[in-house]
Design a binder for this molecule. Structure first.
Ligand SMILES: [Zn+2]
Length: 83
């Protein structure tokens, strides 16, 4: 039985997911969660877009502090919506 991936785990793993570093099993679990969970889909779409913009504008300098701040904001937004 495949484990259910919760919202917190999904948000945390989005970064790894976007970097293509997840195993096939993890990718399937997260994709399944995204299928069911609106707020996480929103976060995923936003993250994908952000990564693309950053990749295009500054090829090899991605400020980790910015990524961390956005992750925090997404987490706060997400927990507000699920409560
Ligand atoms: Zn979720």
């Amino acid at each position: 039985m495949a484990g259910f991936v919760g919202c917190d785990e999904t948000i945390e793993r989005l970064y790894v997911y976007l970097d293509g570093e997840l195993t096939e099993q993890r990718r399937i679990e997260i994709t399944r969660h995204l299928d069911m969970c609106g707020p996480c889909v929103g976060a995923y779409g936003f993250e994908s877009e952000l990564r693309r913009v950053i990749a295009n504008r500054c090829k090899d300098h991605v400020p980790e502090s910015l990524i961390a701040r956005i992750a925090e904001a997404l987490r706060n937004e997400h927990s507000r919506q699920s409560n």
